[in-house]
Structure formats: C-alpha cells, structure tokens
Design a protein around this ligand. Structure first.
Ligand SMILES: [Zn+2]
Length: 130
C-alpha cells in the first residue's frame, strides 16, 4: 500500500487534478461543435472543477500560514506540518508536534483533539503504573 503523503502536498495534488478534469471536460465539448448548447454545457461543466481548484489553492494558501516548519529527524530536510501529526514532504516519515506521542504508534487519529487527549491520558496512566 502506498503511504499517504504530506497533507499540503496531497491537497495541492487534488487541486491540480481538478484543473485537468476541467480541461478534459472542456475538451469533450469540442466533439459537440455541431450542437452549440451541448458544447456550452461541457464548457460550463469544465469551468466548475477549475473554479473549485482555485478555491482549494486559495484555501491551501490560508492554511499554509498555520503550518509549522520543522526539520525532519529522518532526512534532515525542512518540512511543513499541518495539524498535530503529518508526514514529511520528502521522505514521508510520520512526524508529530506532541512530545507525549513521540515514539508511539502513529495514527491520524491524533489530529482529532479528543482522541489525541485520550491517547495522552492513557500514556500518562501507563507511566504511573511503571
Ligand atoms: Zn523527512
């Protein structure tokens, strides 16, 4: 199974895919040159994913401002982290901002606040018992 990539890279990938889908749909419109209304529908349908991709790019720009740049301990390159846990942009090493979760089994559950807090509470409980 392919490892999931860095979130921002993944979102950008989706936005790029949308542009291509939009262009492909517009291109299909060429086959309907004889029927202007059908061609128009394809052109309109084609602009929708392109508009969505612009919104996604804009949104990525906004969330990029909230990311934290860290040095990856694995490949020593700098990477942007979105949320509490994310993957390295370069080597796809799972990274976390929570000291408590370091060395623990990696899960995207930690992006959900109450799940992360539950896990941290469990870890603290374990440490007390030792
Ligand atoms: Zn890395």
């Amino acid at each position: 199974m392919r490892k999931p990539g860095n979130k921002i890279m993944r979102i950008r990938g989706w936005a790029l895919a949308m542009v291509f889908i939009g262009m492909a749909v517009m291109y299909l419109g060429i086959f309907f040159r004889e029927t202007p209304w059908a061609m128009l529908i394809f052109l309109i349908l084609g602009t929708i994913p392109i508009l969505i991709s612009f919104v996604i790019y804009f949104w990525v720009g906004m969330i990029s401002a909230r990311t934290v740049t860290v040095q990856c301990p694995n490949c020593e390159k700098y990477t942007k982290i979105l949320g509490r846990v994310d993957y390295c942009q370069h080597c796809k090493e799972p990274l976390t901002l929570d000291k408590e979760l370091e060395g623990e089994e990696f899960s995207l559950d930690y992006n959900v606040k109450h799940r992360r807090e539950k896990k941290i509470a469990e870890l603290k409980e374990d440490q007390k018992e030792k």
